[in-house]
Design a binder for this molecule. Structure first.
Ligand code: 5GP
Length: 185
């Protein structure tokens, strides 16, 4: 049974599985012969990462970063804070950032600058979802699962007030549930 906060399933479990396979195959082709470090941005990317890497056939180190943004306090300031940093050395390696969603683009743009300072050979981003209509900075993800409209979504790693990350699909919220988000997003 679907939780009460859900309005519609926007992207089904099946569609996500098909897409992760497609993306994994493409990434495997593009990174053949390159030293790859996958950097997953937590907590949102956890389910996507786990499914995606199963379809990546080239050797890859997997690392995690935990970040938070202060979007709530001030929409445009976009201050990002690193809670947990990289463990792997990325110098002279190819970094692929794995994100749940690129929304304003502030997180991606911050991370790109931050990781660049560690002198990798290249930095690209693979995001499950892209919400280009909400950009505050000009960034373009290299691999995109699904482009979605300006709508708050939950499930498959994305939370609603820290809950529902475990839903196997991506869904939209009822108006009532959206109302409870005000001031939190
Ligand atoms: P950005 O810095 O690109 O604005 O935002 C990135 C982060 O904001 C994402 O990693 C995600 O945690 C959060 N976010 C953006 N849009 C949504 C959404 O529709 N639903 C949820 N649950 N989180 C979102």
């Amino acid at each position: 049974m679907r939780p009460k906060i859900i309005k519609d399933v926007l992207i089904s479990e099946r569609a996500i599985q098909k897409k992760t396979q497609e993306l994994g195959r493409k990434i495997s082709k593009d990174y053949r012969g390159k030293e790859l470090v996958i950097v997953a941005i937590m907590r949102g990317a956890m389910l996507f990462l786990a499914d995606l890497v199963r379809h990546i056939s080239v050797p890859a180190a997997i690392d995690f970063m935990f970040v938070t943004s202060y979007k709530k306090a001030s929409k445009s300031s976009g201050a990002i804070r690193i809670i947990k940093d990289l463990k792997e050395d990325i110098e002279d390696k190819y970094v692929l950032i794995v994100e749940d969603i690129v929304d304003t683009g502030l997180t991606f743009s911050y991370l790109k600058k931050y990781l660049k300072a560690h002198n990798p050979k290249g930095i690209k981003i693979c995001t499950l979802l892209d919400k280009p209509s909400r950009r505050l900075v000009r960034v373009k993800p290299n691999y995109v699962g699904f482009t979605i409209p300006d709508e708050f979504v939950v499930g498959y790693g994305l939370d609603y007030l820290e809950l529902y990350r475990n839903l196997p699909y991506i869904a939209t919220l009822t108006d009532k549930a959206k109302g409870r988000l005000k001031g939190n997003f």
